[in-house]
Structure formats: structure tokens, C-alpha cells
Design a protein around this ligand. Structure first.
Ligand SMILES: [Fe+2]
Length: 365
């Protein structure tokens, strides 16, 4: 395709400054440059949800679990919704592996991994605007001006038949569902990235789920210098007896937050007739001055559009969620976490925005 620019130069990513006192910069609202890494950050604000021990654990091992960040009952409702959305019957395991046409190889992989293409149901937004969830992320970033990710659900039935991981061609390098980093760990200054899940049911050894390598996180700086040149930036090659992989125990409503520098993955579901279910949810410093991104986030919420921040988000192939239910109602906090209301606006503005779905005029000044 012809470019309209006569002298085409590759565009350099522009670093926006987040709307926070602490200097955080990002081009995309996913990974951030900061003066101090999250693992070395000294708190300037009192902890809200994490205990001192939790915070020390987060900084030492790269993850922390917040018990019942949303009520267990809310997690159970989300689990019901996850079944319903896919038209699957929790009581009929034989229905979990019915064949459907795949739009692409990616579509098939997402099916194997159990991703559920719902982003904007009220129940998803209720988790995002839960005070305890928000407070936990304020604790790790040491900043109140945050945006929430518009992310999906996962319901992983036993990995057999058309959900067998053997259907996905194995690779020698790069992303590995079993264990990987979310960022390029060979960079001199790796960006700060935070990811999270809320458990919708109890973890069990057989159902697999989130696993990670906390000891590798703890010793990362020393480990790194002993590695050969050209090592894999995303897939750690480690002796698991020296750096054990652990699987934290989670219960419905528990929030697990991890640092992008923590090697992690999803263990396969080897059970006979049980599932693993989570909501993916994270928060990062609000990139309000990135107007294009802000607008696309608001449009995505309002019109239930499949978010565009990641190329693996594909939308439901059978009946898109925009045809199923209305726009979710936001609280004042939800309105700010979306980017509809600026963190600089007053509570009254936030209340009006949340009510009308339109930002008040102050935002355009
Ligand atoms: Fe990951």
C-alpha cells in the first residue's frame, strides 16, 4: 500500500507521562518506565490492603495474593456467567469439548487455552470498580491515579480433545504458556509491568492454573549476569530444582498480582471433569494525555467493542457481547478507572460523568 507521507520515517513511540505525582511514563498504557523499579520502591503512602509482610513478599518474590478482593459470592456469579456466555453446561462435561469452526490459528489457540471473549458485562466491571481491588493496585504502584485493563475471562476445561495443548505446535524460543516473562528481560532497563487475576473457583493441583518462579525473581539480578549471550528474552532456561515453580493456592474472589519480571505461566488442566476459571484484571498509572487510547477505552466500554490493546483479543465468534447486554453502569471510581473522568476532576464531575456516560466539559480545557 502507498504511504501518503513522501519521506516515510519509522515512528518512534512517544512516551506519555501518566497523571500521577510519581513519574511514570508509557507509550502504550501497558509497560512503564519509572525512576524506581516496583521491587525497589519505597512507599510514600500508607498501605491500604496489603500488610507489611504482603508488601515485602511482593517486592521479594514478585507476586502477592489479596484474599477476597471481591466477595466470594461475586466470583461465583462471574463463574456462572462464564459458563452461560459460552453456552456450556457445567453439569455436562461431555459438552465442554464440542467442535466449533475456528476463524484462525490464533482462534484455535485461544480455545485450547480456554479464553472467554467477554470484556464488558456488568459483573466484569463490578470487579474492576471494587474498592479493595483498586486499593491493592494503589499499594503496589504507590499511586492513586490508575486505569484498569479491559480484559477477559478464562475457563479452562480439561486439556484433552479439541482443547489438548498438543494441538499447538511447540516452539524452542519465545512465549511458552507453561513459563514465560511478560517483558523482554534482556533489556538494560526492563519496563515495569503488572498483571493480575481474580480466581473464580478454588485452585486444585489437577486443574492446573497460575504457576510462577518466585526464587528466580528474587535472585534475578545475580542469575542474569551468569547467563550466556543471546539467551531467550521471554522463556527462562532454569533448573527447576534450584528455582522451583510454585502454584499459589487461590479461592473464589482472591486477587493475585504479579510483576512482569516474574516468570509465570498456566499449568495444564489434567483433571477429568473440573475447570480452572479466572478474570484477568490489572491496573496501571492512568495515561490520560494519550487521548487516542483514552477515547478507544471509553468507546470500548460504551459500545461493548472488543478492546484493541492486544492483538490476541478477538471477540466472540458466535454472538458478540455487544448484541447480548447493555453498557455497564460505572461508579465514580469506575469512571476514573476507565478514563471517562479525569483523576484531576472533582467527585461531583465524576458522579455526573458516571451518570451520563459523557465527560463533563472540564476535561476538554
Ligand atoms: Fe503472561
Amino acid at each position: 500500500m502507498m504511504s501518503s507521507a513522501p519521506h516515510h520515517r519509522p515512528r518512534r513511540p512517544y512516551l506519555h507521562r501518566a497523571a500521577s505525582d510519581l513519574p511514570y511514563f508509557s507509550a502504550d498504557g501497558e509497560s512503564y518506565l519509572a525512576q524506581t523499579t516496583l521491587r525497589e520502591l519505597s512507599k510514600s503512602r500508607p498501605l491500604r490492603v496489603l500488610s507489611e509482610e504482603d508488601f515485602a513478599h511482593w517486592q521479594t518474590y514478585g507476586y502477592v495474593v489479596v484474599r477476597e478482593a471481591i466477595p466470594a459470592e461475586a466470583a461465583r456469579r462471574l463463574l456462572d456467567f462464564t459458563w452461560e456466555f459460552q453456552g456450556l453446561d457445567p453439569d455436562r462435561p461431555d459438552s465442554w469439548h464440542e467442535d466449533r469452526p475456528f476463524r484462525s490459528e490464533l482462534d484455535q489457540q485461544l480455545h485450547v487455552y480456554g479464553f472467554v471473549e467477554a470484556y464488558h458485562h456488568q459483573l466484569l466491571w463490578d470487579s474492576r470498580q471494587a474498592q479493595r481491588v483498586y486499593d491493592a493496585f494503589v499499594d503496589v504502584w504507590d499511586c492513586e491515579e490508575l486505569w484498569v485493563t479491559q480484559d477477559r475471562l478464562n475457563l479452562n476445561p480439561p486439556n484433552v480433545k479439541n482443547r489438548d495443548r498438543a494441538l499447538i505446535e511447540p516452539t524452542d524460543r519465545g512465549f511458552d504458556i507453561e513459563l514465560h516473562w511478560d517483558i523482554d528481560t534482556t533489556l538494560g532497563v526492563p519496563p515495569q509491568r503488572v498483571q493480575g487475576i481474580i480466581a473464580l473457583n478454588d485452585t486444585r493441583p489437577e486443574t492446573g492454573g497460575f504457576q510462577c518462579n518466585p526464587e528466580l525473581f528474587r535472585q534475578f539480578e545475580e542469575w542474569k549476569v551468569s547467563q550466556p549471550a543471546g539467551r531467550d528474552p521471554l522463556r527462562p532456561a532454569v533448573d527447576r530444582s534450584e528455582f522451583p515453580v510454585v502454584r499459589p493456592e487461590l479461592h473464589p474472589g482472591d486477587l493475585l498480582i504479579w510483576n512482569g519480571l516474574l516468570a509465570h505461566g498456566v499449568a495444564r488442566n489434567t483433571s477429568k471433569d473440573e475447570v480452572r476459571a479466572v478474570q484477568y484484571l490489572s491496573m496501571m498509572p492512568a495515561l490520560e494525555e494519550h487521548e487516542k487510547l483514552r477515547r478507544s477505552r471509553v468507546d470500548s466500554w460504551r459500545h461493548l467493542r472488543t478492546p484493541r490493546w492486544n492483538r490476541t483479543l478477538v471477540g466472540d465468534p458466535v454472538l458478540h457481547e455487544s448484541k447480548r447486554y447493555p453498557t455497564a453502569t460505572l461508579s465514580e471510581l469506575g469512571s476514573r478507572l476507565l478514563g471517562l473522568t479525569s483523576w484531576q476532576e472533582t467527585d461531583t464531575d465524576a458522579a455526573a460523568d458516571a451518570q451520563s456516560g459523557e465527560p463533563s466539559c472540564a476535561v476538554s480545557v
